[in-house]
Design a protein around this ligand. Structure first.
Ligand SMILES: [Zn+2]
Length: 340
């Protein structure tokens, strides 16, 4: 990305301060009359799956109720830019994966990006040690600056950025089994180092690799072939682990050129360096990530030198339909976790 970015309100993102007096999304100052509280995990999700008093684990291992996960947001971002996307997601997730795909990858990119960025931003507002009056926050204001480019791209929702030759992210939508219990219907998982985020909303699972310049999108066919049946929550976690692992094997840094028109036009520069864009995979490294995202011990998943358990295929390599009545222990093991 070049440095010529001083252009109207978007410039505030790069000189931003954090706090209740700034919109978490567009960074513009807000005051009492223009301030709203944006629920990081949308209200309709909390309502549908009764999440209000469930707890989410933060970067420092503490937990917080979903209902307290709010960030300061200006009226314009909240009601005009983000709410329309929420309305689309709320309706489409009730219909199914095809309806969610029809929303368009751009909206899914903004939606998942907003959630993970909101979670990170919230942690600039929470003390790391709640018992200490002068505790530093879980994430420093400086730490959130590492995500400047990511929030800059999300300004797509404000019409201030566009991507004429493709999103800077890879997005995948899967059909999942809904289940008859709220704990089986909702799932959230993320990987902060490569900014991968996944949610399971009823019968739809969505995963975004937010920082790879769309590189992993070429693997979509492979993932779809791995998931011809509606995925069990455990299978969704397995696919998520595969996507996270591949994101860590990605060996390029996406480059962009920005053209300043009335809005910023972000053009991805083709990679001309040649050679594989993903490093060689190693079974044990992947197994560790699978263990992390399933809560199942590594020893139960990995058989040296290269055997890794899968719930997606049987021994003959045929895709498996895993009924929900199996692995009912799952919700306790798969507590939603932030900052893995
Ligand atoms: Zn705003």
């Amino acid at each position: 990305m070049n440095d010529d970015r001083a252009h109207g309100p978007i410039d505030k993102l790069f000189t931003r301060r954090v706090g209740p007096e700034y919109c978490f999304f567009c960074a513009q100052p807000i005051h009492a009359k223009t301030s709203t509280e944006e629920h990081v995990i949308p209200r309709w999700v909390q309502q549908r799956f009764n999440l209000w008093n469930k707890r989410l684990t933060l970067l420092n291992g503490t937990t917080i109720n979903y209902k307290h996960l709010t960030v300061p947001c200006c009226i314009d971002c909240n009601t005009q830019r983000l709410q329309p996307i929420e309305s689309k997601l709320s309706a489409a997730t009730l219909v199914g994966s095809a309806a969610v795909r029809d929303i368009g990858r751009e909206s899914l990119f903004v939606w998942l990006g907003k959630i993970v960025y909101g979670l990170l931003y919230k942690q600039t507002q929470l003390p790391a040690k709640r018992a200490l009056a002068d505790s530093p926050p879980i994430m420093s204001a400086r730490g959130i600056l590492d995500f400047q480019k990511d929030i800059y791209f999300l300004q797509f929702a404000r019409g201030e950025v566009r991507f004429p030759n493709g999103l800077p992210a890879s997005i995948f939508v899967f059909e999942t089994q809904a289940g008859d219990h709220p704990d089986l219907q909702w799932d959230y998982c993320d990987s902060i180092p490569t900014l991968v985020v996944g949610v399971k909303v009823g019968k739809v699972g969505i995963v975004a690799v937010l920082r790879d310049g769309g590189a992993q999108q070429v693997c979509e066919k492979e993932y779809m072939e791995l998931s011809p049946h509606p995925l069990h929550p455990l299978q969704f976690r397995e696919l998520f682990a595969q996507i996270v692992y591949r994101s860590r094997l990605y060996n390029r840094v996406p480059k962009y050129m920005i053209v300043l028109e009335p809005c910023h036009v972000v053009i991805r520069i083709p990679d001309g360096t040649g050679g594989p864009i993903f490093d060689q995979a190693h079974a044990e490294d992947y197994a560790k990530i699978l263990s992390e995202y399933t809560g199942i011990p590594l020893n139960d998943l990995f058989r040296p030198p290269d055997g890794v358990h899968t719930w997606l295929r049987d021994a003959a390599g045929i895709p498996v339909y895993l009924p929900l009545r199996e692995y009912r222990f799952l919700p306790r093991r798969l507590r939603p976790k932030v900052g893995s």
